[in-house]
Write a protein that binds this ligand. Sequence first.
Ligand code: FE
Length: 198
Amino acid sequence: MNHEPTIVHRTATVEQRLDAIQSALDERGMGISALVDELSHKAQEEWLPHNGARVVARAWVDAEFRARLLANGRDAVAELGLTLPKHHRHLVVLENAPLVHNVICCTLCSCTAFTLIGLPPDWYKDLPYRSRVVRESRTVLREMGLDLPPEVELRVWDTTADTRYMVLPEQPPHTAGWPEERLAGVVTRDSLIGVARL
Ligand code: FE
């Protein structure tokens, strides 16, 4: 008798396997395709760095909002009609200052406050950034174009499933007195992650 195990050749691509799972679930009435479409729509149309930029601009012009934002990020962004998923239990906003710079990462995978910052860029999810930004932060930032003077303290924050971070960049001096909407226009995704300054 032949006891050789059967060798299964998995030749289907990831996309083909995903399609197969999606079809199987749809056939069982689980409505997965509709859910995937809804999430894709939100990722492309609603979860954009402009949301975080609006929060930053408000914090720049309204000191009381800024204080509320630093005390409880979740509650404060709700004032602007912005929400986070339920499992993002805490939004911690990290205030940059002339001698303090914050940068965020997720050493485990790819977590961000994505409803405010947008879905993470590929480099954020890649192992080199995730592993190196905690060990040689200054070097990584320098490679990404941000050369911090040695006197600036660098703080690295590792995101978890239930605690999400957003950097509050410093307001560029030349934008003093600008209206809020115009201020939001200068805030970039990378500055919300902390790999760039404004
Ligand atoms: Fe993660």
